[in-house]
Design a protein around this ligand. Structure first.
Ligand code: PGA
Length: 249
């Protein structure tokens, strides 16, 4: 056993404003103790989420993205300091939609990871190959390139998480098999250990991509899978709670 605590994280993407966020947490109630539970609401719903969680406790909140600069003329962006002030403790960086829809490069994502970590937010560094890259047998090469960019700039001992999210499994209903996820996680775990040594053993590696109540337990039981990052199925409190329950021993 790794000794790492399981993590169940929800990424709401561009869903759930303040009112829906409050309603979600009311429905979720106090999560069962054991796994670390995290939710990444839209930044504008963060204060409502903080207020709602304040009553229930037990959920760490984060932002889905941040700008790498400290502050300045970046219309539409949010900074790490603002996210922290609003109650975030973590930040997704390099989510597949940021990479492929918004064109963020490995270097930019690394800069965001550094800004987050340097400001006191735990970065969740998201990596994953596209279908084309997978078909071309390039999964390992892509994972190495994406994770190395972050590992080069994050100091060993930094608190961060990694999420393996194969792009072809995100929002498609298709998931990696547990064996497939285990293979990718082993690739990432080896890279973490090579770059950061012993401290890397603390870093959780989550699986993401069409995780649902019905497949969460078997994915979380796969070798090296320390938890899940859930998109669509994190929007409904009952489904998300069922996934948290699937993480219980
Ligand atoms: P999905 O999204 O669970 O809807 O596939 C996962 C993610 O993008 O984090």
């Amino acid at each position: 056993m790794s000794g790492r605590r399981k993590v169940v994280a929800g990424n709401w993407k561009m869903n759930h404003g303040p009112a829906a966020a409050a309603e979600f947490f009311e429905g979720l109630g106090m999560p069962p103790s054991g796994p670390r539970v995290m939710i990444f609401p839209p930044a504008i719903a963060l204060p409502a989420a903080v207020a709602a969680v304040g009553a229930h406790g037990g959920v760490d909140l984060g932002v889905q993205n941040l700008h790498e600069a400290e502050s300045g003329a970046f219309t539409g962006e949010i900074s790490a300091a603002m996210a922290i002030e609003a109650g975030a403790v973590a930040a997704l960086v390099g989510h597949s939609e940021r990479r492929h829809v918004f064109g963020e490069s490995d270097a930019r994502i690394a800069a965001k990871a550094v800004r987050a970590a340097g400001s006191g937010l735990e970065p969740v560094v998201c990596v994953g190959e596209t279908r084309g890259e997978r078909r071309a047998g390039r999964r390992q090469e892509v994972l190495h390139r994406q994770i190395d960019a972050a590992l080069e700039v994050l100091a060993p001992g930094t608190a961060f998480l990694v999420a393996y999210e194969p792009v072809w499994a995100i929002g498609t209903g298709e998931t990696a098999t547990p064996a497939d996820a285990a293979e990718a996680h082993a690739i990432l775990r080896a890279r973490l250990a090579a770059a950061h040594g012993e401290s890397a053993a603390q870093v959780p590696i989550l699986y993401g991509g069409s995780v649902k109540p019905g497949n969460a337990a078997e994915l979380m039981a796969a070798q090296g899978v320390d938890g899940v990052l859930v998109g669509g199925a994190s929007l409904k409190a009952a489904d998300f709670r069922a996934i948290i329950e699937a993480a219980l021993p």
